[in-house]
Each structure stands twice: as structure tokens, then as C-alpha cells.
Design a protein around this ligand. Structure first.
Ligand code: FMN
Length: 456
């Protein structure tokens, strides 16, 4: 069923990465910051999100840590797959989306880890594809590879992983005790991939789950990122601070995936960085409390790392001139964020001080909402009904308020309005996202296609 004919419904996920410890939030009593490096808190959050009927929990990831950052900010990043596997044992419906890097992993290992998560969760796994912007020195590299090279490698990487997921369909297992036949080996096939970056024989040594293959998410909205997403992603986790930014991304991805002959475009699910309390005034007070000690030095350091130039010579209360900024297509790190900050200076004429305190230090360029539950429900519905997005991934600003208010007050309003289902219709992540079965049954992406298409 194509996009045009399929009834739209809002999709909601929960980010269980520790954004709720940002700024001063971790110093608040009851912030559970002491529970960041263990499982119990994440099992609890996932159960609460399932109780509210959310489609999935999302876990970000990175492959390195800066000790000096830990001086004033909580940190440590537990590997998503073991955490999500633990969650799968205490939940039955909610989807489990974990992030893993194409720059610092091997396709066979990653396909096996997420294939296993998909089996142990009975078809609830998703993989968020990232190319990483840090961690290179933990993998023998002095510098993060160039942006375009990271994405070219990622294109082939995703192809290989998808081919591996399709290489052992669960239906190949015949389990005939009478004849002693375990599987129909003719349906378990090598992939014999030989590409620019990888040579992988296959098949994978993990059969597919009931949903056929994990769902593929992607997060990166640069030109390279959009090409990868249009070709391979089932859903996009995006940073879209305004409805216009969201709509432009969604329309563009719809056009690109249609041009590639895909029946359905990736779902666009922007982050919703939320500070929610009973009244808007209380929510604003919460936000101010959390951001009260933001340090401009952190802002300078992040901008300098992103753009590769110093910002200390610019007037704080004036926009940075566009001509002083490097060409975004040459930015090695996040081109999405660099472009966002450039537009704030050049198009929205924001001062350096405002860009640092309102955007760089707060929420990674996501849509930030500060308000009472009914307001937040209205804002979420408005963007969805305007087809600026297909739903959101909640990034709670503080624990427990932003979680509790969203589950207990925002979601019920969206259910009452008939925008979000009152119960689960199916048990796999693909069921929740309205996606067809993946793996061997999915429309095949010919191995080696991506690199060829890139050259076109
Ligand atoms: C919502 C969202 C979540 C992301 N999660 C991660 C993550 O968990 N790990 C990571 O290394 N990068 C993460 N990223 C960064 C992206 O992978 C990507 O590097 C960034 O968006 C810049 O992409 P671009 O250069 O294609 O614009 C995330 C980005 C967004 C927008």
C-alpha cells in the first residue's frame, strides 16, 4: 500500500538517552542521575512508555568519552544492544531502537547483534544508522574521516547488513524430526559481497525474526545523509527546530524516495525536546532552572569544534557574518547543525550570544517545547496534521516531570483526538510503524547498487 493510500497516524517514540540530565537537571533531587550506568531505570522507563502505548524506545550511542567533560556533566554511554535486550525481557510490545556506527563497526557483527536483538524481542528491533563524529582515536584514526567518505562507506555498510538480514529467512527452518532435516539449506544463502569497503561472504548465522528484519532508522539531514535515508531508511530521527525545517525535510525525502521507485517514503520523526509541567509558567521556570548555569565557554568550544574556526573575536551581541563562516559542504562533523546555526546568524539575524544560549547549549538543534500538557498535545497535533512530520521522539528535559506529564497527560489527549491509537495493533515494531515485513520478502536492494547510484 503506497503512502498516498495508507491512512496516516501519529507515531511516538521515547529517547532513553540521558538528555534529562542536561544543564543543571542532573543536580535536581530525584533526577536518578545515579542510575545512569545500570539497567533498572531504563527498564522502568520502557515499561512506562509501553503502558502509555508508545511505538518504541530509542537509545543513542557514541564510541568515546571526554574525561574533562565529565567534570561538570554526567556521562558514560552503555552499549544500546544489551540495554535494549534487557528491556525486551520486561516488555512485550514496545519497539527497541538502538544506534550503532557504520564508521567504527563491522557489518557482519552489527547485523548479528541487531538480528539477535530482533529475535530475542520477537520482532521489535530497529537500528539507527549513524556515521559518528567522534571516537576516531579509539579505532586507530587521528582524524574523523571526511563527511562524504563516511557516508559512502555507510551506504555500502547498510546494503551489506540488509543483505545479511535477508540471507537466512526463518522459514528455511523446517525442523523435521522424523526425517532429521533441520533446515532447507537452499534458502540460506551467501551474499558474496565484494565492494569498495567490504568483502562479506555470508550468510548471517542468525535467522530472521517474525518481522523479517530490524527497522532501519537514520539521523543526518545533510545532502549525503538525505541520499542515504532516501535509499535505505524506514524512518528518520531528525532535528527540526521549526515546522518549516521539518516540512522541507519531509517533502524532500518523499521526492527522493519516489524518484528511487520506493513505494513508501521514510517516516520523519523529529525529536521533541520537552519541558512540561501543569502550567506554562511552571514549565518555563523549570527550563530556566535547568539552564541557569549554562557556560558560554562550552558554547564557544562546541562552535569551534563544529566549524573549525574561533568565535571569540566576534561581537557577542551581533550575528556572526555569513562570509566569516566556512562552506557547510566542507564541514567534517554535523552539516545539519552547522547549516542550522548559519541560518540563525544569517537569515534569522540572531546574535552570537543568543545562538549559543538558545541553540548550541540547549538540545542539539531539536524542536523545544515548554508548556502545559494540553499545549504540547496541540503543538504535536498541529505539525502532524500539517504533514510537517509523521510523529515525534520525546526527549524529556527533566526527570520525572517531563516523562510523567507526557505519558499521563499529553498522550491521552492525542488518543482522545483519534490521532494516536488507544491500544497496540500488533506486536512487532513494523506493525507499530505500519511497515511491511522486512528481510528476504522486502523489495531487494541490489548489492553494490548504492555506490553505483552515488556515481550517477
Ligand atoms: C535525532 C538525532 C539523533 C542522533 N543520534 C546520534 C547518535 O546516537 N550517535 C551519533 O553518533 N550521532 C547521532 N546523531 C548525529 C547524526 O548521526 C549525524 O551525524 C548528524 O545528524 C549530522 O549529520 P549530517 O552531517 O548528515 O548532517 C543524531 C542526530 C540526530 C538528528
Amino acid at each position: 500500500m503506497s503512502d498516498a493510500t495508507r491512512p496516516r497516524r501519529l507515531h511516538l517514540g521515547l529517547s532513553i538517552s540521558s538528555a534529562w540530565t542536561g544543564g543543571n537537571a542532573w543536580r535536581r533531587p530525584g533526577s536518578r542521575v545515579e542510575d545512569l550506568n545500570g539497567a533498572p531505570l531504563f527498564l522502568e522507563l520502557a515499561r512506562d512508555a509501553e503502558q502509555a502505548g508508545l511505538d518504541f524506545v530509542f537509545r543513542a550511542d557514541g564510541v568515546g568519552v571526554e574525561p574533562e567533560h565529565l567534570d561538570r556533566h554526567p556521562g558514560g554511554l552503555l552499549d544500546p544492544v544489551p540495554i535494549l535486550a534487557a528491556i525486551s525481557a520486561v516488555t512485550s510490545h514496545i519497539g527497541l531502537v538502538g544506534t550503532a556506527s557504520t564508521s567504527f563497526s563491522e557489518p557482519y557483527n552489527l547485523a548479528r547483534a541487531f538480528g539477535t536483538l530482533d529475535l530475542v524481542s520477537d520482532g521489535r528491533a530497529g537500528w539507527n544508522v549513524v556515521t559518528s563524529q567522534t571516537g576516531e582515536r579509539n579505532f586507530g584514526k587521528e582524524q574523523i574521516p571526511e563527511h562524504s567518505e563516511r557516508y559512502e562507506r555507510a551506504g555500502e555498510f547498510v546494503e551489506v547488513v540488509k543483505a545479511l538480514w535477508a540471507s537466512w529467512p526463518r522459514e528455511a527452518i523446517v525442523l523435521d524430526r522424523a526425517t532429521g532435516r533441520y533446515a532447507d539449506a537452499s534458502r540460506i544463502r551467501p551474499i558474496d559481497h565484494h565492494g569498495a569497503f567490504y568483502s562479506v561472504a555470508g550468510p548471517l548465522n542468525v535467522p530472521s525474526s517474525r518481522q523479517g528484519a530490524p527497522v532501519v532508522f537514520q539521523a543526518g539531514a545533510s545532502e549525503d545523509g538525505r541520499r542515504l535515508a532516501a535509499r535505505h531508511a524506514d524512518a528518520i530521527f531528525a532535528a527540526t527546530p521549526t515546522a518549516e525545517v521539518a516540512r522541507e525535510l519531509r517533502d524532500d525525502l518523499h521526492a527522493r524516495s519516489a524518484a528511487l521507485g520506493r513505494e513508501r517514503a521514510p517516516l520523519v520523526l523529529p525529536g521533541l525536546h520537552a519541558y512540561i509541567a501543569d502550567t506554562e509558567a511552571q514549565a518555563q521556570a523549570l527550563y530556566r532552572e535547568v539552564r541557569a548555569d549554562d557556560d558560554i565557554e562550552d558554547g564557544f568550544q562546541r562552535l569551534e569544534r563544529l566549524f573549525g574556526i574561533s568565535f571569540r573575536g566576534f561581537e557577542l551581541d551581533r550575528p556572526v557574518p555569513g562570509e566569516a563562516l566556512p562552506d557547510i559542504s566542507g564541514v567534517r562533523f554535523s552539516q545539519t547543525h552547522a547549516e542550522r546555526f548559519r541560518r540563525l546568524f544569517v537569515e534569522e539575524r540572531l546574535s552570537l550570544r543568543r545562538v549559543i544560549f538558545e541553540h548550541v547549549l540547549t538540545g542539539a538543534g531539536h524542536w523545544r517545547v515548554i508548556g502545559a500538557p494540553e499545549q504540547v498535545a496541540e503543538w504535536v497535533a498541529e505539525r502532524f496534521l500539517a504533514e510537517a512530520d509523521d510523529g515525534n521522539v520525546l526527549i524529556p528535559g527533566v526527570y520525572p516531570e517531563s516523562f510523567r506529564s507526557f505519558f499521563d497527560a499529553v498522550v491521552p489527549v492525542l488518543k482522545e483526538r483519534g490521532l494516536f491509537p488507544t491500544e497496540y495493533h500488533g506486536t512487532t515494531l513494523r506493525d507499530h510503524l505500519g511497515l511491511p515485513r522486512g528481510g528476504a520478502e522486502a523489495a531487494p536492494v541490489p548489492v553494490g547498487a548504492s555506490a553505483a547510484a552515488e556515481r550517477d
